[in-house]
Design a protein around this ligand. Structure first.
Ligand code: FAD
Length: 397
């Protein structure tokens, strides 16, 4: 397709969704991507099962410097709309945590769905294609110079995502295009990313416990808290609760971890002391965590292991405080190498929230993760990809 109505750069979640939706509206659509395969991140998402939406998605599940920006697009293309699409394609799903929908049989189902919709809408997807330059045409439209030829189009959609996982083809290309057309950027950093811990007794603890998970941990940072599973790793701390709180953490901040779950630790310990006074603390914690973790925590915090009856109320309170108010200052995060998302990006004040069109350059659209919109963990990021792509598809060409 030499001169389509719409060129979309980026054959990821947002780009493919926008392509099929615009194609079904009768637009001639060409998708360009420098990678050798479309939708690579979809395939690796959700541990290979793609958490493709969250039925409870609301604007409050997104970080964006303009908190109103996501409202219109999310309201006009809902999780139920995407669920209906998956059902039309016979994609089986499972609901893990309430509202979190994953493919039952694998993420490939979502990519196949998008590619099938693109094929039926006569979308051309050209891979292995580097973008050399983008120039606005005098009246309306753009010339896009690529490694495989020159194209002209009326609408240009940038769907090149963020900086996370460079080995999957992530680049800062979308930010460069935005700057070329006078857009401002908000500082970017890795989000939904594991923490690294170095040079302390805690790093030795993490290494020795690598692979150990703890359910129901509450993590707090900068006035936000999440409760979910924690995972000790060779490098530090991971698991859903750590990924979630990482999006609210800035270098140098400390985290507060409650291993006993949401502030009820003292009450729980007092109850246990009343009910099973002869049990040792290590046994009690070993039942709640694992024996290995219980021993490691007692050693780390210098807590004497005794039958519960031997702890005074003040000592029990001190133990609850150590396990329930554990202050940790991570050295950093694993960065874009393993981050699920990029925080920051193109300033949404300069983008129409109804159409995703640039307020600075008519005909230019930005969708998906390249924008300063980041969802929490749980299917919210794909829902943003679908919703923002849908909004643009209604307006292009
Ligand atoms: P992407 O999907 O990243 O697509 C961008 C496309 O642009 C790519 O195909 C890339 O090759 C192309 N591109 C980049 N630069 C150029 C260039 N210079 N020239 C041409 N093409 C270019 N979210 C969820 O909601 N649920 C999950 O289960 C989930 N799991 C995840 C697991 C992992 C390991 C990761 C990394 C992310 C996960 N996410 C998940 C986040 C989700 O994958 C992203 O938010 C989503 O893919 C963003 O879609 P996008 O289309 O904006 O960008």
């Amino acid at each position: 397709m030499q001169n389509p109505d719409v060129i979309i750069i980026g054959a990821g979640a947002a780009g493919l969704f926008c392509a099929q939706a615009a194609g079904h509206r009768g637009r001639r659509v060409l998708v360009l991507d420098h990678a050798n395969k479309a939708g690579k991140k979809i395939l690796m998402s959700g541990g290979g099962r793609c958490n493709f939406t969250n039925l409870h998605a609301t604007p409050a599940d997104y970080l964006c410097s303009n908190r109103h920006f996501v409202k219109s697009a999310l309201a006009r293309y809902t999780p139920w709309d995407f669920l209906a699409l998956t059902e039309r394609h016979g994609v089986a799903h499972v609901e893990k945590n309430p509202g979190q929908l994953f493919c039952r049989d694998g993420a490939r189902d979502i990519l196949d769905l998008l590619l099938a919709e693109c094929a039926s809408a006569c979308v051309e997807i050209r891979l292995n294609t580097g973008i050399r330059s983008i120039r606005p045409l005098p009246d309306t439209g753009f010339t896009v110079e690529t490694s495989t030829g020159r194209h002209q189009c009326r609408s240009l959609v940038i769907a090149t995502g963020g900086l996370s996982i460079p080995t999957m083809g992530a680049t800062g290309f979308g930010y460069q295009v935005a700057e070329q057309f006078g857009h401002s950027l908000l500082p970017t950093r890795a989000g939904l990313v594991p923490f690294t811990i170095t040079g302390t007794t805690l790093s030795a603890l993490c290494k020795s416990l690598s692979g150990t998970a703890v359910a129901g941990v509450t993590a707090r940072c900068n006035g936000t808290e999440f409760t979910d599973d924690l995972l000790f790793t060779h490098r530090g701390l991971s698991g859903p609760v750590m990924l979630q709180i990482s999006s609210f953490w800035q270098a140098g901040d400390s985290l507060q971890l409650d291993l006993l779950g949401n502030g009820n630790g003292l009450h729980w310990l007092q109850e246990q002391q009343a009910q099973r006074a002869d049990s040792e603390l290590k046994t009690l914690l070993g039942e709640r965590f694992t024996r290995k973790l219980a021993s490691a925590l007692l050693e780390h915090f210098g807590i004497d292991n005794r039958p519960l009856r031997q702890y005074t109320p003040a000592q029990l309170e001190a133990i609850a405080n150590q396990l329930g108010n554990w202050q940790i200052t991570p050295a950093g995060t694993e960065g874009y190498r393993t981050a699920e998302v990029t925080l920051g990006g193109i300033n949404t004040d300069e983008i129409s929230s109804k159409t995703m069109e640039s307020k600075k350059q008519p005909g230019l659209f930005f969708i998906g993760e390249v924008l300063d919109v980041t969802g929490h963990l749980g299917g919210f990021n794909f829902q943003w990809a679908w919703a923002s792509a849908h909004a643009a598809a209604e307006a292009v060409g």
